[in-house]
Design a protein around this ligand. Structure first.
Ligand code: ZN
Length: 155
């Protein structure tokens, strides 16, 4: 089992990508990659479960190879690395914290995208959205955060 937390600031002029889904909004998440905090939390939870380091050690910020890279592509690579170490994904549960935009209608698409990158079924991917009741930076709309717990099993 692995756990993860990730957060990115919202910035005007950026495309908003969450869970591999592009969501129409007036700003997006700042970051070296596409800033997809949901997918980053999923990646870090699986890397943690296998004790394979963290997302920063696999995809260092500042490395030109990863500038604006799709985080879903990063997850595909991590999924391959898990398999290379004799592991496969069992399930992952994510809570994304954002006061806006409303994410409910995008969650089925996010689950599908994450499941596809992990080569598993959508039933194994849970994504829940919280507004934090307006508390903290995510509640104030300054950024978006994501928490994840992932389980793996030996192949
Ligand atoms: Zn991140």
């Amino acid at each position: 089992v692995g756990i993860a937390y990730d957060a990115h600031p919202l910035q005007e002029g950026r495309k908003l990508v969450l869970g591999g889904v592009t969501i129409p909004f007036d700003s997006g998440l700042a970051g070296w990659s596409d800033g997809d905090t949901v997918t980053h939390a999923v990646i870090d939870a699986f890397l943690g479960a296998a004790a394979l380091g963290d997302i920063g050690s696999h995809f260092p910020p500042g490395d030109p190879r990863f500038k604006d890279i799709s985080s879903l592509e990063m997850l595909r690579q991590v999924s391959g690395e898990l398999a290379a170490h004799g592991w496969r994904a069992v399930n992952v549960d994510v809570t994304v914290v954002a006061i806006r935009p409303m994410l409910g209608s995008y969650i089925p698409l996010m689950r599908q995208a994450i499941a596809g990158a992990l080569d598993t079924t959508v039933e194994n991917v849970s994504i829940k959205a919280s507004t934090a009741n307006g508390l903290g930076f995510a509640g104030a709309g300054d950024g978006i955060a994501a928490h994840a717990v992932a389980m793996i099993e030996g192949i």
